[in-house]
Design a protein around this ligand. Structure first.
Ligand code: SF4
Ligand code: SF4
Length: 327
């Protein structure tokens, strides 16, 4: 269930595998093409049944709980089956197109009542272009609105296959400077801009809509030069977008990194203050694009966070002040 990835209430399919490796990635479980095991500390009852089950010696008990040796784990899923408290989960499963279509059509009533639909996201769904194209084609035959969320880093041929079955493209432009883009994501942005120009040309002759999204990330993409530079690129190249969304950083994915046993470089950053996001939104509106297409999204520091931050034991008068703010 998603309300952020296109209009209305949507079912989002997160496909595994991505060609970029953004340091801030909010879906770390979607970077690898392979299935990955995760351990949920809060559910574990320390019975160690999983350790006895694993024939690969991939699990061991430590002071922190169950540790997974990912070099040994073959993702066979036997420990998941045997765990009595659902504390182990396999991320990623193989499925067929018809099976997936059948699954998402269970939500048809939500799409119809909310003008929603289905979004394929990831990871990068264009890296599984044949599957994505066939899946979206079948949804179009069922009269379902389709959205395709892409980081832009795939071949032109993959987009040619998918676009005929897409109502809305969600295209990420993260960083205008090629060197910085490479530093932050592992790849230059050259191919991404080539694909954006191709897609913009395509939609001139089709009913497909294009939304551009820019993640606003502390110490990386959240700079004046970047926002102005992206705006200029959109304006100067007449990119046929109807929305440019600035997506505010959040740290909700911290738990995901922990469960996967990965370190996240952005652990220490909180939400932006509302004024910071407003600042970038104003800059974007002045960058040369039609100001009406610029919007911002995501959580920012507001009254709820301020309550926590005032002090450990706020006096009743502080509660009153802050409650007033929230109202
Ligand atoms: S089998 Fe499940 S509950 Fe038992 S130790 Fe392993 S993860 Fe924890
Ligand atoms: S998925 Fe299979 S190989 Fe991996 S830890 Fe569990 S039982 Fe062992």
């Amino acid at each position: 269930m998603s309300t952020e990835d296109g209009p209305g209430i949507r079912t989002s399919i997160f496909m595994k595998g991505c060609g970029l490796g953004c340091t801030w990635c909010h879906n770390p479980e979607s970077i690898s093409f392979k299935s990955e095991l995760q351990w949920l500390k809060a559910s574990c009852i320390s019975c160690n049944i999983c350790i006895d089950t694993c024939s690969q010696n991939a699990l061991l008990s430590s002071a922190k709980g169950i540790e997974i040796n990912r070099d040994n784990c073959t993702a066979c899923g036997e420990c998941v089956e045997e765990c009595p408290s659902a504390a182990l989960e396999m991320l990623g499963q193989d499925t067929g197109v018809d099976e997936l279509v059948k699954e998402v059509l269970k939500d048809r009533i939500y799409f119809e009542k909310s003008n929603g639909g289905v979004t394929v996201s990831g990871g990068e769904p264009a890296l599984q272009a044949d599957f994505t194209a066939e899946f979206l084609e079948k949804l179009k035959q069922e009269g379902i609105h389709t959205a395709f969320d892409t980081c832009g880093f795939s071949s032109k041929e993959s987009y040619e296959k998918i676009l005929p079955y897409v109502d809305l493209i969600l295209f990420d432009i993260k960083e205008i400077d090629a060197e910085k883009h490479e530093e932050f994501t592992g790849k230059s942005n050259e191919k991404i801009f080539e694909n954006l120009l191709y897609i913009s040309g395509y939609i001139k002759n089709h009913k497909t809509e294009l939304w551009i999204r820019t993640p606003i990330i502390p110490e990386t993409t959240a700079t004046n030069e970047n926002i102005i530079g992206i705006g200029k690129f959109i304006a100067e190249n007449d990119i046929q977008t109807t929305r440019w969304e600035l997506c505010a950083f959040n740290n909700l994915c911290n738990d995901k990194y922990e469960r996967l046993g990965k370190k996240w470089d952005f652990e220490q950053y909180g939400l932006f203050k509302s004024e910071t996001l407003e600042h970038f939104t104003k800059l974007a509106k002045k960058s040369g694009v039609n100001p009406e297409i610029v919007i911002s999204s995501g959580s920012v520091k507001n009254g709820a966070q301020l309550i926590k931050e005032i002090n450990n034991e706020p006096k009743p008068v502080d509660y009153c002040k802050i409650t007033g703010l929230l109202d």
